[in-house]
Design a protein around this ligand. Sequence first.
Ligand SMILES: Nc1ncnc2c1ncn2[C@@H]1O[C@H](COP(=O)(O)OP(=O)(O)OP(=O)(O)O)[C@@H](O)[C@H]1O
Length: 602
Amino acid sequence: MTGKAFTLAWQARPRLVILAVVIAVTTAAVPVTVAWLTKFILDAIVLGLPTSTLLVLASLLAALGLVAKAVAEGARYCQAELDRSIALQAQSRLYGALNRLPGLARLEDPAFLNQLRLAQTMGGRTPGQILSGFLSISTATLGILGFVGSLFSLSPIMASVILVSVAPALLAEIALSRRRVSMHLRLGPRERREIFYAQLMTDAQAAKEVRLYGIGSFLHTRMVAERQAANAENRALDRRDLTTQLALGGLSALIAGAGLVWTIIRAHHGALLIGDISMFIAAVAGLQGQLAGLVGEVARTHGQISLFKSFLAVEGAEPDLAVAARPAPVPPLSQGIRLQDVWFRYSEEHPWILRGACLDIPAGTSMGLVGLNGAGKTTIVKLLTRMYDPTSGRITWDGTDLRDVDPGELRARIGAVFQDFMAYDLSARENIAVGRLDLMGDTPAIEAAAREAGIDEKLRSLPRGYETLLTRLFIDEDNEDGDATGVFLSGGQWQRMALARAMLRRESDLLILDEPSSGLDAEAEHEVHTRIAALRSGRTSVLVSHRLGAIRHADTLAVLQDGAFAEVGGHDELIARNGLYARLFQLQASGYRDPIDTTTTI
Ligand SMILES: Nc1ncnc2c1ncn2[C@@H]1O[C@H](COP(=O)(O)OP(=O)(O)OP(=O)(O)O)[C@@H](O)[C@H]1O
């Protein structure tokens, strides 16, 4: 564990690590040297040594003061720079590891999210703090050895008593630090909930419901309750800490006082020199200071090491999907996609969502997925994009099991608009280009995609056209003339942006549209669907929509019910079957046909 923290520090700034070690050793040597020089000076005065000797000793002492100051400042700078570099390295590794997770399972697992929160809030800093902890421990240990040696020359018994008195402090601090770490782990979910409530109260999107339903004080009370509960645990531990520290501090003071009385009496009887008293005071103060520092540092470092485990757990998390060492290639789709007896549940604790689903999606055709809420349509989309693997059964792409292909390679062949698509706080151009980053600078391609999604005109009318920031979170710092605030799009306009993103992949082998038009007005919906149909003619598409009128023209419609495809066929065929599809279609159609019945209540 500690080795891993050092490796991380070394990888970040090897030369600074060496410098930090040199500074630590120098820092340890300074107080002991000062104590000895002071003793020599006092003895020289008492013994009447020549002034020249006194001058040399005094100059050395003065020079040492300068060294001590320079080393302290150097240590501060070196530590701050090391902390920054190590935190950057750690953060980069943490998020790199998250990006390498191929699927969704980890990010939908609360236990993993708890570890991640600890790794995010503590993990970046912990490797640097472990390193600085070890350096401080080394400095303190070297200083202690120096003072113990010095004290030993005066009184071996006193040196031993002071050393032994530290053992309980060390054990008590380690026990306290263990409790602190386990408390942090325990408080993880509580703190995540606290952040969740706080975010709801500051989120502009949530604000509408929060205001309308008047749940602000409800959220506020819950947030405060979570903090109070966390504070209560922290307070209990702090009280334990306080009593322990008071007891240990009293013990130290007692031992130091007894030692001082003993030394003064001995000096009074002529058994010790006056310089010995100063040496004793310096040694005891230095020793106890260093020991207290050591004890605190050991406990802190121990705590940091435990927290660093969360960082390593996230960084070293096993991939949530098995990716073959030599994945099968993903060829351009020529035959089709096939679901063969697919069973799926999100985890063993969750119910089955798919129970032996079978479906053929021939290449070059459009497939409309229909089903009631919660039937599993989006789950099918997640499986098709290999965010998850089926629990049993298989999905094939031209005969190749998706488990055998690289998820990245597969996804590069797919364009998608997800039901919960993203609205990025980026410029309009960037919002579209995330669909294909290689086209970021290709203005005609970006504009064509926006045109196909019917949002080009709107984007052109923005203050800085495609370069306008679509956000209210950040200030548009590049906007030199006038208003620096970003622009807010409407829900339907955002949906068109998501469509434009997918349009950049219009040539993709598979286009998945999960409720792509729920926010569009009727005219726009018709226009978008007609355009997509024309663009995708002869290509493979999967469309998910509750608006059956919008997908009725798909080549095949598949109705998902009770975990399997209960009805599969063309619109007319399914209407003739008079099953769930026919019922849903007629229900929707009647909503448009029937005259408004003013007596009906909803
Ligand atoms: N990450 C998850 N972990 C556990 N259960 C999940 C997860 N995501 C979805 N589910 C469950 O899986 C079931 C199917 O969800 P899914 O989103 O696939 O339905 P859907 O047919 O797309 O529904 P809708 O029409 O409402 O969008 C639901 O019962 C849902 O609660």
